[in-house]
Design a protein around this ligand. Structure first.
Ligand code: C2E
Ligand code: MG
Ligand code: MG
Length: 752
C-alpha cells in the first residue's frame, strides 16, 4: 500500500513538474469562479474596512488548526509518512495555513487564486484525502464566525461580514479542490498513457513474433483477440475458435480436437500437428492452449499459440537417428535393435506357435585384423561385413551392429523358425566363403554365430540376446561356425561372475568329484569301460553339472588344473577297480582348451605314473570341433598318446562338421554317436538312418562305435539290430558316484 502511495506521489511529481501550467486556471475559468461565487463591491469594501481587526482575530487559528491536524490519528499518520519519505510537514502545514488565512486578510488578491490551485495539487501529491481539506475549511469557517460574533461592530456589518467570508472560504475551498482534482486527473491521464503505451508494446511484440496468437471466449466460441500474423493468415475465418483446423493434416485433426477438449476442461494442453499452409508443403506446428479460469475454476478465455516447429522436428529426427544408428555402418544400433526385438516379441505373443529368432554374430579374429592392418582397415572391414550381411537379411528382419565386431540379426515371428534360421545361417556362411578384398589383398573373414529362440530360450530382449551370445561363445570355444542356445551347455553371464571366484577354491577344498557311467557291450551286456564325469558339490547350491563348470573354468584358465585332477582321480579309480578284479579303461573328457595345452601329454604321462597304471587304462574323449581347430597339432598329440597305449574317442559325433575325411589321418579308436540321434532311435526312422550310416562308416574305418544316451530298451534293441558295439545311457545306468558304481557292479554281477 505504501508503495502504491509512493508511486502516486512520484507520478504526481513528474506530472506537476512537467505540467504546472495545467494547474493554473485560465481567465475564463477564473471568471466562472468570480461569477458563481461573486463578492459585491460593498462586500469587498467591508472586508477591506475590517481587514486589520480580522487579521487580529484570526491569529489564534494557527493553534486550533495544529491541534486539529495532529490530534487526529488518521491525518497524523499521513504526516508521519510524509516526513519519513523526506517531506517537510512544518512547511506544508504553514503554507496551507497561510493560504487559508489569506482568504480572510487578502481576499481580493488575484495571485492567491493560482496559489490555491497549486496548493490543492500539492495536497493531492502528498496523499491527503479531500475530506481533510474540506474539514480544514469548515474548521476555519466556524472559527471566524465565532470571532466575528465577538467583535463589537454594528449588527448589519456582522451579518454581511459573516456571509461574505463564507463565500470567500467556499470559493477558496473550491479552488483548492480544483487543483486537487486537476492533479489527480493529470496523473490518471498519465497512467492511462502508460497503460496505452504498455498495450502498444505488447501488441508490437505479438505482431512481431513468428507465432500465431489468439484468445477465444469459451462460452460464445468467438475469437476475442488475434495477433497480426494470424489476422493476415486468416482474414475471413477469424470466427472459428480454431482457425487452423481446416489446414490441419486429416490424420492429426482428431488429436487437435482432443487437445482442445482437454484445455476446455481446464488444463494447459499441447499438441504437435502437421499443417498444410502452402500448396503441397507440410509443416509441423505445436499448438499450446492455456485456459484462463474464473473463480469457480471454469475456463473463460482460451489463449492459444501456434508455432512452427518444423526445424525442431527435423533436429529431433536427426538426434534420434544419431542415437539409434551406428555411424560407421549406418545400421541400427543396439538400442534401436532392442526396440525392434521388443516389437517382434509382442507380435509373436499374438501369433500362436510362432517363434522369434535372435542371432548374435561375431567376426573371428577381428582384433588381429584391426591390430595388424590398422583401425582404418578395421572400419572398412566392418562396413563390408555389414553390407554383405545386409544383402542377405530380409527387409522385414533386422540387422544391427551391437558393438565392436558384434552384429545381431532378428528374424520376425514365424511358425517354422528353425528352418528359416538354417536357411539364413547357410546363406551367411556361404556368402563369407567369398574373400573380402582390400587394396588387392584377399582377406578371408569368418563369423561365429549363436542363436536363441523366443519363447523357448528367453522371454525378454535381454535374456534372448544374452543366451544367443552364450551360444556364440560356446561355438567359439568349440571352433564351430554356429551353435543353438542349449540351457544344458551355456552359462549365463551372472553365473559366470558368481562362479569365477568360487571355482578357484573348489579344487583346494575338495569340492570336485567324479561320477562314473558304465559302458556295456551290446552283444554280451558286459561292462567294457566307464566314462568319468565331473561334478561340483557346491557348498550352497548342491551338485553343479559340468556344462556350468567347464566354460567358466576355461575362461579363468583353470581348466588345465581341473583336467589334471580328473585324469589322476579317474586313473586312481581305475587302479582301484582292477584291484577289485574289474579291469576296464576309464574315459576322460578333454576340452578344446585343454587339448591345445602343450603340456597335455606330459600331464597324461604324469597321471598314468601317479596312478600306477598303463596307457591302455585310459581313453581320451575329444569332440570333432576340437580336432578341427588344428588338425596338425591334433595328429601329433593323438599319435603320441596312441603310442603310449591311450585310446582316442570322438565324442558327440554327428553334431560337428560331419566330414570324415580327416578322421583317416588320425589314430582314432572309438566313435561316440551323439545322444541327440540315439534318444529317439527306437522309433524315429530318420534317426535310424543316420545312426545306421554312422555305425557303418565307423566300422569301415575300423572304429568301435559307442551309442550315448541309450535311455530305453527300444533304443537298445534297435542299436543291437544296427550292429552298434557299445551302449552308454540311463537304460544301463546313470552316472554314479564311486560308492554307487561299486554297488552297481556287484548288483549286475560284474564284481567278482
Ligand atoms: P559327454 O561327454 O557327452 O557326456 C555324456 C553326458 O550325457 C553326461 O552328461 C551324461 O550324464 C549324459 N547322459 C548319459 N546317459 C544319458 C542318457 O541316457 N540320457 C541323457 N539325456 N543324458 C545322458 P554330464 O555329466 O552332464 O556331462 C555333460 C558334458 O560335460 C559331457 O558330455 C562332457 O562333454 C562334459 N564333461 C563332463 N565331465 C567333464 C570333464 O571332466 N572334463 C571336461 N572337459 N568335460 C567334461
Ligand atoms: Mg564324453
Ligand atoms: Mg557325448
Amino acid at each position: 500500500m505504501a508503495d502504491i502511495k509512493k508511486d502516486r506521489r512520484r507520478r504526481a511529481e513528474e506530472n506537476h513538474s512537467g505540467t504546472v501550467s495545467q494547474q493554473v486556471l485560465s481567465e475564463v475559468q477564473l471568471k466562472e469562479y468570480n461569477y458563481a461565487l461573486r463578492i459585491l463591491p460593498q462586500e469587498a469594501r467591508l472586508l477591506e474596512y475590517y481587514r486589520d481587526s480580522l487579521a487580529t482575530v484570526t491569529a489564534g487559528f494557527a493553534e486550533v488548526y495544529y491541534n486539529f491536524l495532529f490530534d487526529n490519528p488518521d491525518i497524523a499518520d499521513v504526516f508521519y509518512r510524509y516526513e519519513r519519505d523526506g517531506g517537510d510537514v512544518g512547511m506544508l502545514v504553514r503554507k496551507q495555513l497561510e493560504n487559508m488565512l489569506a482568504s480572510i486578510t487578502d481576499a481580493s488578491a488575484n495571485s492567491r487564486q493560482d496559489n490555491l490551485v497549486a496548493a490543492g495539487a500539492d495536497l493531492f501529491e502528498n496523499t491527503f484525502r479531500p475530506v481533510w481539506i474540506i474539514a480544514s475549511y469548515n474548521l476555519l469557517t466556524r472559527f471566524i464566525k465565532k470571532q466575528i460574533s465577538r467583535m463589537e461592530i454594528p449588527a448589519t456589518d456582522r451579518s454581511t461580514l459573516e456571509s461574505v467570508i463564507t463565500t470567500v472560504l467556499l470559493r477558496d475551498l473550491g479552488l483548492t479542490m480544483e487543483g486537487f482534482w486537476r492533479a489527480s486527473h493529470a496523473v490518471a491521464r498519465k497512467e492511462l498513457a502508460h497503460v496505452a503505451a504498455d498495450l502498444g508494446m505488447v501488441e508490437d511484440l505479438l505482431s512481431g513474433i513468428p507465432h500465431y496468437v489468439w484468445s477465444v471466449d469459451v462460452k460464445s466460441n468467438t475469437v476475442m483477440y488475434a495477433n497480426q500474423p494470424l489476422q493476415s493468415l486468416y482474414p475471413d475465418t477469424m470466427q472459428a475458435p480454431i482457425p487452423c483446423l481446416a489446414d490441419t493434416h486429416e490424420d492429426d485433426r482428431q488429436q487437435l480436437l482432443n487437445t482442445w477438449q482437454d484445455a476446455v476442461s481446464g488444463s494447459n494442453s499441447y499438441a504437435e500437428i502437421r499443417m498444410c499452409l502452402a500448396e503441397g508443403i507440410q509443416h509441423w506446428y505445436r499448438i499450446s492452449l492455456f485456459p484462463s479460469l474464473n473463480r469457480l475454476g471454469k475456463p473463460v478465455l482460451m489463449h492459444c499459440i501456434l508455432e512452427d516447429i518444423n526445424y525442431l522436428i527435423s533436429e529431433r529426427k536427426l538426434l534420434q537417428q544419431l542415437a539409434t544408428t551406428d555411424r560407421l555402418t549406418n545400421l541400427p544400433n543396439r538400442s534401436l535393435w532392442a526396440d525392434h526385438l521388443n516389437l517382434a516379441l509382442a507380435a509373436s505373443r499374438r501369433i500362436p506357435g510362432s517363434q522369434v529368432v535372435v542371432i548374435s554374430l561375431d567376426i573371428n579374429q577381428f582384433k588381429m585384423y584391426n591390430d595388424t592392418l590398422g583401425h582404418d582397415v578395421g572400419d572398412i572391414l566392418l562396413r563390408d561385413v555389414a553390407s554383405r550381411l545386409n544383402s542377405i537379411i530380409r527387409e522385414s528382419d533386422s540387422l544391427a551392429r551391437l558393438g565392436g565386431d558384434q552384429f545381431g540379426v532378428l528374424l520376425q515371428p514365424a511358425n517354422k523358425a528353425r528352418k528359416a534360421t538354417e536357411r539364413v545361417i547357410t546363406q551367411i556362411l556361404d556368402s563369407f566363403d567369398v574373400p573380402f578384398t582390400y587394396q588387392d589383398k584377399q582377406l578371408c573373414i569368418s563369423l561365429t554365430m549363436g542363436i536363441s529362440f523366443f519363447p523357448d530360450n528367453g522371454s525378454s530382449e535381454d535374456s534372448l540376446l544374452t543366451n544367443a551370445e552364450s551360444a556364440m561363445q560356446r561355438a567359439k570355444r568349440n571352433g564351430l561356425p554356429y551353435q543353438y542356445f542349449d540351457p544344458r551347455n551355456d552359462v549365463s553371464p551372472e553365473e559366470q561372475l558368481r562362479y569365477s571366484g568360487q571355482i578357484r577354491t573348489a579344487l583346494d577344498n575338495n569340492e570336485f568329484l567324479l561320477h562314473y557311467q558304465p559302458q556295456v557291450d551290446i552283444q554280451t551286456s558286459r561292462i567294457i569301460g566307464a566314462e568319468a564325469l565331473l561334478r561340483w558339490e557346491h557348498p550352497v547350491e548342491g551338485t553343479v553339472m559340468p556344462h556350468r563348470i567347464i566354460p567358466v573354468a576355461e575362461q579363468l584358465g583353470m581348466i588345465t588344473s581341473i583336467t589334471n585332477w580328473v585324469l589322476v582321480t579317474a586313473l586312481r579309480q581305475c587302479k582301484q577297480w582292477s584291484r577289485e578284479g574289474i579291469s576296464i579303461p576309464v574315459s576322460v573328457n578333454v576340452s578344446a582348451r585343454s587339448f591345445q595345452n602343450p603340456r597335455l601329454l606330459e600331464k597324461i604321462e604324469w597321471a598314468l605314473q601317479e596312478a600306477d597304471v598303463s596307457g591302455d587304462c585310459l581313453e581320451i574323449e575329444i569332440t570333432e570341433a576340437t580336432l578341427m581347430q588344428d588338425l596338425d597339432h591334433a595328429a601329433e598329440v593323438l599319435n603320441r598318446l596312441s603310442e603310449s597305449g591311450v585310446s582316442i574317442a570322438i565324442d558327440d559325433f554327428g553334431t560337428g562338421y560331419s566330414s570324415l575325411s580327416y578322421l583317416k589321418r588320425l589314430p582314432i579308436h572309438t566313435l561316440k554317436i551323439d545322444q541327440s540321434f540315439i534318444i529317439d532311435v527306437g522309433f524315429d526312422q530318420q534317426d535310424v538312418a543316420i545312426v545306421r550310416s554312422i555305425i557303418d562308416l565307423g566300422h569301415n574305418l575300423g572304429y568301435k562305435v559307442v551309442a550315448e544316451g541309450v535311455e530305453n530298451s527300444m533304443a537298445w534293441d534297435m542299436l543291437n539290430k544296427l550292429g552298434c558295439d557299445t551302449a552308454q545311457g540311463f537304460h544301463i545306468s546313470k552316472p554314479l558316484s564311486e560308492g554307487h558304481f561299486s554297488s552297481w557292479l556287484s548288483d549286475t554281477g560284474h564284481a567278482a
